[in-house]
Design a protein around this ligand. Structure first.
Ligand code: SF4
Length: 441
């Protein structure tokens, strides 16, 4: 059954807006006590006093129960707008709710359908972040997720003159993202480990650790030690999101996880100096070496591409590099997903003028024509590429509350001129294809 058939034959009979991620998947930021179902809906706070009593509330919040009830009625929760935008393109594009539902067995979908929405359910896939310690300060990230971003704001003050940054990503240090000092007891982390010990280690298919940079957190190594010391007690697959940058000891990771079911997810969406511009802190050559070391050791590497306005100039070259690895190590050892950035909206690919979008859309179309017939591509990799091509063609605004284009473009210029000064970078020399347009903004 292909992805479209799965949507039509399995999801639609439950409801036209059903998504199993709302029941079985969560991202939980334990430093701030925030959670969401997948990366797209806005995160919301888990009440600390209640979670001490019932650790399952780390996931089963009132908000998610409300959204589940809506989905069972065929209504669209507002927070899932990312998926509705893809579906409303009207060309049969596959939204993430299909991918995020079909990873579970059919019995799980029946369980979701038959469980009263106000009941707690057991998670099957979970992504957690222990804290925001990170040696990178990527342009599309912010101080809520990176201590390097905190340092930028502390040293240089708020970014100024951004009118579309409604969430104030770049104006303060987001201290609410780290409610407890690293050395202090944190009820969310304590509840997670209590839940993990009691039953999560039996119910979870996959536990993914994110950050910050998770390999810079002692709690990540505590979990890795748990898996090593409790072999056979859990069949949960462990996955780690790592930037594979400086200070990440890939060889320690390989040694500590030898024989374990571990998969690595890493972010990248461009190559060389363009990638280093977008992901401040990155050493692209080192990233390649680290990926190579993981693949040489037989590990699986998933490349998560965050599609922003700056990556489209070299995205096809990155995809070619991934294809080379696929050819050497096999289709399943290297995978990629193309995730379209919506926030901050002035960094969306939709801020680019029509003629540039057309150039990048045509580059991607050519790339897809060259590769789509080959067995090294997964169906979802083809679909992700096609939906990006269609997105660049059809969608006009990154999200429903986005400011109009001239304001986003003005913020684009405002932001990157300040970013250049703070980070010792130079937009115009790094992105010659965008230079003329950028300088006219
Ligand atoms: S945004 Fe999409 S994939 Fe995420 S929970 Fe909502 S419907 Fe599911």
């Amino acid at each position: 059954m292909n992805d479209l058939e799965f949507r039509q034959q399995v999801l639609d009979p439950i409801s036209s807006s059903f998504c199993a991620a709302k029941w079985f998947n969560a991202t939980i930021w334990l430093g701030s006590g925030m959670t969401t179902s997948c990366h797209h809906p806005p995160a919301h706070l888990v009440p600390a006093d209640r979670v001490r009593v019932n650790p399952r509330l780390l996931h089963n919040t009132d908000q998610k129960k409300h959204d589940r009830a809506q989905m069972l009625r065929g209504e669209r929760p507002a927070g899932c707008e990312y998926c509705w935008k893809i579906e409303d393109i009207g060309r049969g594009n596959i939204s993430d709710r299909v991918y995020k539902s079909r990873i579970y067995p059919i019995e799980a979908l029946d369980e979701a359908r038959n469980t009263p929405p106000n009941h707690d359910v057991n998670l099957r896939t979970l992504e957690i972040a222990f804290d925001r310690t990170c040696q990178f300060a990527c342009s599309y990230c912010n101080p809520a997720f990176s201590t390097s971003w905190v340092n930028d704001i502390r040293r240089n003050g708020a970014y100024s003159n951004l009118v579309s940054d409604g969430r104030n990503h770049f104006t303060h240090t987001h201290d609410s993202s780290q409610l407890y000092k690293i050395t202090e007891a944190n009820p969310y982390i304590d509840s997670f480990f209590a839940w993990w010990e009691s039953d999560l280690h039996r119910t979870l298919q996959e536990l993914r650790i994110t950050g910050g940079e998770p390999l810079m957190s002692g709690h990540t190594w505590r979990l890795i030690d748990w898996f090593r010391d409790n072999q056979g007690r859990s069949s949960t697959r462990l996955a780690i999101n790592s930037n594979l940058g400086p200070q990440v000891d890939v060889y320690r990771l390989l040694d500590s996880t030898e024989g374990m079911n571990l998969e690595i997810y890493t972010s990248m969406e461009a190559v060389g100096q363009q990638a280093e511009y977008i992901r401040d802190g990155l050493d692209y050559a080192l990233w390649r070496q680290n990926v190579q070391a993981l693949l040489d050791a037989g590990r699986t590497v998933h490349c998560m591409c965050t599609i922003n306005a700056l990556c489209l100039t070299t995205l096809p070259r990155l995809l070619n590099e991934l294809i080379e690895w696929k050819r050497t190590f096999g289709r399943d050892k290297v995978n990629f997903t193309l995730n379209i950035l919506r926030f901050p909206s002035f960094q969306s690919p939709l801020v680019l003028p029509g003629y540039l979008r057309q150039v990048f859309q045509s580059d991607l179309t050519d790339w897809l024509v060259d590769h789509r017939g080959h067995s090294y591509l997964h169906e979802y990799e083809i679909n992700h590429t096609q939906r990006l091509i269609d997105y660049l063609d059809v969608v006009k605004t990154p999200h429903s509350d986005a400011f109009e284009l001239p304001k986003l473009q003005n913020d684009f210029r405002q932001f990157y001129s300040q970013y250049d000064a703070r980070r010792n970078k130079e937009f115009a020399s790094c992105f010659p294809e965008l230079k003329e347009w950028y300088q006219q903004l």
